[in-house]
Design a protein around this ligand. Structure first.
Ligand code: SF4
Ligand code: SF4
Length: 73
């Protein structure tokens, strides 16, 4: 059975809003959040959790180890 994501967690202290994770996700799961954080960064947010295939590409490309995909299991 295909893996499903239970949660996608972005660490607000590590993420610098570069949006690489948004660009590399092959399933358009992530999007730029609408609100800016207290450092002036637009962190990524989850647009469509059900579309996530838990491929971990976003994690592998994040330069700051700031995103983690938790699978259902
Ligand atoms: S790639 Fe990492 S640092 Fe860049 S926006 Fe995504 S989670 Fe944040
Ligand atoms: S694990 Fe894969 S499908 Fe899920 S958000 Fe990351 S890159 Fe997209």
């Amino acid at each position: 059975m295909a893996k499903k994501a239970r949660e996608i967690v972005v660490n607000p202290r590590l993420c610098k809003g570069c949006h690489i994770c948004i660009a590399v996700c092959p399933h358009s799961v992530l999007e730029k959040s609408e609100s800016v954080d207290n450092r002036g960064f637009f962190l990524p947010s989850v647009a469509d959790l059900d579309a996530c295939k838990v491929c971990h590409i976003c994690e592998m490309h994040c330069p700051d180890f700031a995103i983690r995909v938790v699978s259902e299991e």
